[in-house]
Design a protein around this ligand. Structure first.
Ligand code: BT5
Length: 324
């Protein structure tokens, strides 16, 4: 019922909706409407109540990750049509891996806080309460499992496109980081449940720092947030734009069209034509990045002029002077 009240208030925009109208429409008493409105105000919705006129939204609630706020005018068919919201969770990726077979494609788990947020290879992903967008999406593509790493590139391309559309100067650090001013603002973690020839599901995790004002000493030099970089965006707007861009690129990919993803990865790359270090286990090699090829792998040239293909997942990349 709370969701229906939110929807009615969101639908009426800047117009008042009377308590009586709401109570008829929803089939509940006016006192019940009033109680729901008060609870919503406590959740952070800025709702004005005026005698004889009713209720209306003062500000759009675009920083509250409540599913109803995200569903409102969402321009997708699949991604984000079913959102499961948590205040606290160990990891949205781990949660979706538990329920993966039972939820529809495009289902999203999103949490205000993760207590065991994770990166690749067991690394920790810092996910403090309210600071960011910590979410995962279930995908069920009919493709061979070995092709799944390309989904990380689709995600990177859609995040970078979404941020740039919202006015943020963001770039991709192949394969799974999105950066602003050479610091990481977003990381992507793709996990797979598959048999040899068939994918059961892919869990695509996206972590984005939005409102963090500070990072601990280990992250200070390499992490940033949108707010720290001067972009005071709201989380709901970002989430909706990512869903929209991701769905466009994902559908094209399923239709065998990878070109747009690859073009975005090239056009917004933070490392193409630059010298970088490729780090594999304890080995470090200085190379020049040349291209991202059709498979989504990185082509680099080493000091003896030899061109090599780097497969995502097997290496880390560092810049000559620092993180990029
Ligand atoms: C990643 O791994 O960048 C993937 C991060 C994916 C996080 C999302 S949040 C929703 C979903 N649920 C999860 O549990 N995970 C996903 P990797 O490339 O391995 O980078 C990890 C490294 O980034 C760490 O070792 C730190 O150095 C750094 N790091 C940790 N927290 C960070 C943060 N909040 N911002 C920037 N860098 C961070």
């Amino acid at each position: 019922m709370r969701d229906k009240v939110i929807k009615a208030i969101l639908d009426s925009g800047k117009e008042f909706v009377s308590g009586e109208e709401l109570s008829k429409e929803l089939g509940i008493s006016r006192t019940a409407v009033w109680k729901h409105i008060n609870a919503l105000k406590e959740e952070g919705y800025s709702i004005e109540s005026v005698n004889k006129k009713g209720y209306r939204l003062l500000d759009s609630p675009n920083d509250l990750l409540n599913p109803q706020n995200i569903y409102h005018n969402l321009q997708t068919d699949i991604i984000g049509q079913n959102i499961i919201h948590f205040n606290k969770l160990e990891s949205t990726n781990d949660y979706l891996k538990q329920v993966g077979n039972d939820v529809v494609e495009g289902t999203v788990a999103i949490s205000e806080e993760q207590t065991k947020g994770k990166g690749r290879l067991g690394r920790v992903w810092e996910s403090k309460v309210g600071d960011g967008i910590w979410m995962s999406i279930i995908l069920k593509p009919d493709i061979m499992p070995y092709k799944a790493p390309f989904i990380t590139l689709i995600a990177g391309a859609s995040v970078v496109k979404a941020l740039n559309n919202l006015g943020v100067n963001a770039q991709i650090k192949w394969p799974n980081d999105v950066i602003i001013n050479d610091k990481k603002v977003c990381g992507i973690l793709t996990e797979l449940s598959a048999e040899i020839e068939r994918i059961n599901y892919v869990v695509l995790g996206i972590g984005m720092n939005v409102k963090n004002e500070d990072f601990d000493s280990k992250l200070k030099n390499k992490a940033t947030s949108l707010h720290k970089e001067g972009y005071k965006l709201h989380r709901v707007d970002i989430v909706k734009e990512i869903f929209y861009q991701f769905e466009l690129l994902y559908k094209k990919y399923l239709d065998n069209d990878k070109e747009e993803v690859l073009n975005i990865c090239r056009d917004y790359s933070a490392i193409l034509n630059k010298e970088i270090y490729i780090i594999r286990n304890d080995e470090k090699e200085l190379v020049k990045c040349i291209d991202v090829n059709e498979e989504g792998n990185l082509l680099v040239k080493n000091s003896s002029g030899q061109v090599k293909e780097i497969i995502s997942g097997e290496v880390s990349i560092r810049g000559v002077k620092g993180y990029v």
